[in-house]
Design a protein around this ligand. Sequence first.
Ligand code: 0O2
Length: 221
Amino acid sequence: LDLNNLKAIKIELTRFMMAYKFALDEMTTKINILKDEFNYIHDYNPIEHINSRLKSPESIFRKVQRKQCDFTLDSIKTTIKDIAGMRITCSFISDIYEISRMIANQKDIRIIEYKDYIKNPKPNGYQSLHMIVEIPIFMSDREEQISVEIQIRTIAMDFWASLEHKIYYKYNKEIPQKMLDELKESADMAAHLDRKMEGIHKEIAKMKRAEETEDTFILPI
Ligand code: 0O2
């Protein structure tokens, strides 16, 4: 490997990663537009916060090895679909489906994969809605379809997933069954909390609507 070769590889790798950064920028703008417009029209904000990240080269490298894919940019692109990742934290479960429907309805977005871990939680209790989408990115000399993994969840689901991730991260040995059961129990409690909050939210919304209808029918004297 000579210096010129190394330079060429570096340029190609940077271009490769840049496309994913652009895809994240594009997706972030799309979600922010949905959030602002929804807020304006319905006077209600379904999104608590948005996080995005580019997978680190080390993490891509580990996944390439785990998936036994070739070390070429083309096969990495077709195999690793979460190089660009976005997490949308919503207020209520119904907001998750509303947001995912609004994303799916955009003409330039293609849904590659849709996994509903809310209707079908993972055995450990993990819940979230996962979508892998492809969006077109326009560059100076080409157009590319780039995949982005979008995870949509409530604050309670995010709370559980973040702490569960931290527990595994800090503890490399096998987790005792008792603790796994407790983690699953906590996930069920988080799901219960979500359903309870959604119920209250719907009740109050109904009361608000009834109040507005009453106001409408008051005849001007
Ligand atoms: P990171 O560091 O968050 O990126 P894949 O391995 O992605 O090809 P898989 O396993 O079918 O295929 O993907 P899935 O089920 O859609 O999950 C991918 C991502 O969801 C994970 O990314 C996590 O972010 C999250 N996730 C899935 N299961 C769990 C879980 O049990 N606990 C927590 N805390 N998060 C989970 P990565 O790449 O594993 O990690």
